[in-house]
Design a protein around this ligand. Structure first.
Ligand code: MD5
Ligand code: FE
Length: 206
């Protein structure tokens, strides 16, 4: 389903086994050193979603190879590069051949009360689509416009197993997660809360 130009939602893209495997992998990636942490913004704010980066660590508002605890950031797993290629193939019918290289994963964990304010993802130097995978609780995802945080925007639900690809003109749209719908994760997944895994090409890896 094309939600907006370049923004494509493929519901239920990950089968049960793949979701279970990814949750198990996320638990490893979240572990210290260079594990999941709380992000403080320069303005004195605290993000309610917890974050960990693979390949690169996102900081407001740049990428670093060093985690907040001083350890090297965990490597970007090759299997996530393979997953990104499969996602772009399924959505665009081919792997984009403009030399883009997926080199970082950003993992966000939302508990029942977490949310993410409206923002743009513009720290990447590459225009490659962002691949977003949802696991666990359903969330309300707010997809906005490229001009401002305010209306017009569209609210939709992202469910466990859904793939959302943000490319083209949607790549720089404002977006956020106004709320989590607690207790909506599939029982067989064994996850309380929501994990969002995004695969990105920073354009920073030589
Ligand atoms: C989430 N994460 O559900 C969302 C999904 C983030 C973030 O927003 O920055 O970690 S990924 C959403 C995304 C990425 C790039 C472009 C657009 C959405 N978009 O045009 O809407 O935790
Ligand atoms: Fe974002």
């Amino acid at each position: 389903t094309e939600v907006a130009p370049g923004a494509v939602l493929l519901p239920d893209w990950l089968d049960e086994q793949r979701q279970r495997e990814l949750v198990a992998a996320c638990r490893e990636w979240a572990r210290p050193p260079a594990g999941m942490r709380t992000v403080r913004t320069p303005g004195g704010g605290v993000m309610s979603a917890k974050v960990v980066g693979l390949g690169w660590q996102w900081r407001p508002y740049y990428f670093s190879k060093t985690a907040d605890d001083g350890s090297p950031v965990k490597p970007f797993p090759p299997e996530l590069g393979e997953l990104a290629r499969r996602a772009t193939e399924d959505v665009f019918g081919r792997v984009p051949d403009d030399g883009l290289e997926y080199d970082m994963a950003l993992l966000n964990f939302y508990d029942a009360k977490a949310h993410m304010g409206m923002h743009q993802d513009k720290d990447e130097l590459s225009k490659a689509p962002v691949i977003s995978l949802s696991l666990g609780d359903t969330c309300v995802f707010r997809f906005g416009n490229t001009e401002s945080r305010s209306r017009p925007y569209t609210d939709l639900e992202l469910h466990s197993g859904d793939l959302f690809v943000f490319g083209g003109p949607s790549r720089l749209a404002f977006h956020g997660v106004p709320r989590i719908l607690p207790g909506t994760a599939p029982a067989w997944l064994g996850l309380t809360g929501r994990l969002n895994l995004t695969l990105r090409a920073t354009g920073l890896t030589p």
